[in-house]
Design a protein around this ligand. Structure first.
Ligand code: GDP
Ligand code: IMO
Ligand code: MG
Length: 428
């Protein structure tokens, strides 16, 4: 199978970075197609930890081409910091990284407006990462965005910034009483970054389609997760892109019909950062225990992640939306010492049993999970390298998850490190 997509099934942070890193060794090209610096994908290789925000998680494997597609919103300062950070640790970043000329630039006003808008929302704030993601995508759709390609044409770039900034400064003053941003300083800074980014910039659409046609193994790396998708997630508590397989065609220029296999990454439980409904959330000591054992603190913002039990209703919704063939279950080791592991198989909403994921957040906020308990295994699984090495109760838990979603079990992760991975026979 040469065209594979890896997507998050829950609210992000499922362990996509680790799974993409593993698959990247068996791929030629790794592509990010949506999101931006809001993502935080962790890879632990030979005990060394790398957190990637914009650069695809294939970068640690020499000889792979890494592509930031047109659907990504790119903060040039963050990209260059990431490039420098990787080079400083001995990772080669050069012709193995390409950035689409069509990707939109995150500008200083996007980050500022993200923060000011959130501050003004009080209790109903979304809890964004403050990376300017929402305002940048909004400008893209309003047709006032500035793209990576524009950076390469200084006079066009100057003209665009001047035009957009005059409107943004009026918004900043009238709505927020904020002093104006200065066009000259922004233009100077961005053009300097542009000179450093220029060697990476390409028309990635033709290049990716040519790679697909030549039978190259292409891996699409989703960011965030299906429940944060702008159309199919828990709107309005979502991110501002199609953060699942639906985003591939629009965010890379590779037609959806070319994708041959979709791997959904699920944590063996569920986490969420930021606001919004979370039916299986554990607010007491059980949630605290999952957070501590799982190290559930944001890879981008360091915020504590909210934790809860595995949610079959939400995951089935994600399987449908993405056309998931197989799942990779991560963080199984975090459940090692539990006597019982509850799983949510349905919701009760205003007295009714519901198995379809509700579209409205009010119903979701009122949903009470119907839980079924599975026996725990109470033994460490971290040393397992084959499915047969896992204790029978752990195998039964995994099989129950796959069965409830009507998908195959493709991979199991039993620890942070690259090596702590089980790949099922027949799924490679
Ligand atoms: P992503 O955004 O989906 O790539 O996930 P993050 O990197 O934000 O969060 C996943 C966290 O879990 C990271 O700290 C990983 O190192 C860690 N992790 C991934 N798989 C496993 C696993 O199987 N067991 C444990 N204990 N940690 C894991
Ligand atoms: P990865 O790729 C988890 C969440 C934010 C907030 C909402 C909107 O590491 O899984 P945004 O800054 O995108 O406008 O915030 O989305 N969020 C994530 N949560 N993992 C992520 O990425 C996330 N990216 C955004 O916390 O609730
Ligand atoms: Mg993350």
């Amino acid at each position: 199978m040469s065209i594979t997509c890896v997507v998050g099934v829950q609210w992000g942070d499922e362990g996509k970075g680790k799974i993409v890193d593993w698959l990247a060794e068996r791929s030629d090209v790794v592509v990010r197609f949506q999101g931006g610096g809001n993502a935080g994908h962790t890879v632990v290789a030979r005990g060394r930890k790398y957190v990637l925000h914009l650069i695809p998680s294939g970068i640690l494997h020499p000889g792979r081409l890494n592509v930031i597609g047109n659907g990504v919103v790119l903060d040039p300062e963050q990209l260059l910091a990431e490039v420098d950070g990787l080079r400083g640790r001995g990772i080669r970043v050069g012709r193995n990284l390409l950035v689409s000329d069509r990707a939109h630039l995150v500008m200083p006003w996007h980050k500022l407006l993200d923060r000011l808008c959130e501050e003004g929302q009080g209790k109903s704030k979304i809890g964004t990462t403050n990376r300017g993601i929402g305002p940048c995508y909004a400008d893209k759709m309003s047709r006032i965005g500035i793209r990576v390609g524009d950076l390469l044409d200084p006079s066009l770039f100057r003209e665009r910034v001047a035009r957009v900034l005059s409107e943004k400064n009026r918004i900043l003053r009238c709505l927020y009483g904020h002093p104006p941003l200065r066009a000259a300083a922004i233009i100077r800074q961005y053009l300097a970054w542009g000179r450093r980014i220029r060697p990476f910039v390409a028309d990635t659409v033709d290049l990716l389609n040519a790679a697909v046609s030549r039978g190259r193994r292409v891996l699409f790396e989703g960011a965030q997760g299906t429940l944060l998708d702008i159309d199919f997630g828990t709107y309005p508590f979502v991110t501002s892109s199609n953060s699942d397989a639906c985003g591939i065609a629009a965010g890379s220029g590779v037609p959806a019909s070319r994708v041959q296999r979709v791997l959904g990454v699920v944590k063996a439980y569920v986490t969420r950062v930021g606001s919004g409904p979370f039916p299986t959330e554990l607010l007491g000591p059980e949630g605290e225990r999952l957070r501590e054992r799982g190290g559930e603190y944001g890879a981008t913002t360091g915020r504590p992640r909210r934790c809860g039990w595995f949610d079959v209703v939400a995951a089935r919704h994600a399987v449908t939306i993405n056309g998931i063939d197989a799942i990779a279950v991560t963080k199984l080791d975090v459940l090692d010492d539990l006597a019982e592991i509850p799983v949510c198989v349905a919701y009760r909403v205003r007295g009714r049993r519901v198995t379809a994921f509700p579209a409205d957040v009010k119903s979701l906020a009122e949903a009470k999970p119907v839980l079924v308990s599975h026996p725990g295994w109470r033994t460490p699984v971290g040393g397992a390298r084959r499915y047969g090495d896992l204790p029978p109760a752990a195998r039964r838990y995994l099989a129950a998850l796959a069965r409830s979603l009507d998908v195959r079990l493709g991979m199991v992760s039993v620890g942070k490190d690259r090596e702590e991975t089980i790949v099922m026979d027949g799924w490679k």
